[in-house]
Design a protein around this ligand. Structure first.
Ligand SMILES: [Zn+2]
Length: 171
């Protein structure tokens, strides 16, 4: 916690917050003394600022404590976000892979493309695009519910794989 002494000039300065902020930023006591004299015409010696910093300004400890208290939450949030981004990358890659594998067929005017397959192609592209959009939203700090948005994807791939497995390839 931040200390105080009735005898300390820095503690009683009307500019204490600014003094503390500069000391916290790592300014030397000499530099703070010069700044204080120049900007406010207030005279506190470097030695006085030094005493103030070591006796009344426990900001380093305070900042450390604050950091320690938020760190686990912060790390968990970062980890979760990275997981989400990895998942979205995978979804986007899978969607594109599926769409690409079907593209020659879709673009071939000779091929009789089943409605189901055309739907899969469109849906795979849509899901890939959606995953990329969601990823950018996460990176921009917007919230996205990953699980909720992509529940249809499993079915989608099941359909593709099922179709391949049953040998109904139309080429
Ligand atoms: Zn002080």
């Amino acid at each position: 916690m931040v200390g105080y002494s009735a005898k300390c000039r820095a503690c009683n300065s009307p500019h204490r917050e600014e003094i503390d902020a500069r000391l916290l930023e790592g300014w030397s006591t000499r530099k703070v003394a010069a700044w204080l004299a120049e900007v406010y015409g207030e005279k506190i010696s470097p030695a006085g600022l030094h005493r103030h910093r070591s006796a009344h300004l426990n900001v380093l400890e305070e900042a450390k404590e604050r950091l320690e208290s938020v760190r686990p939450k912060f790390e968990a949030a970062v980890e979760k976000t990275l997981d989400e981004i990895r998942t979205l990358d995978e979804i986007a890659a899978l969607g594109l892979e599926v769409a690409r594998s079907l593209t020659p067929l879709i673009k071939n005017p000779e091929a009789r493309v089943s409605k189901a397959r055309a739907d899969v192609w469109a849906a795979a592209l849509r899901e890939a695009r959606e995953a990329m959009r969601a990823k950018h939203e996460i990176l921009e700090g917007k919230k996205v519910n990953v699980e909720g948005s992509f529940t249809g994807l499993g079915e989608l791939f099941g359909l593709v794989l099922g179709e391949e497995a049953s040998g109904e390839v139309e080429e």
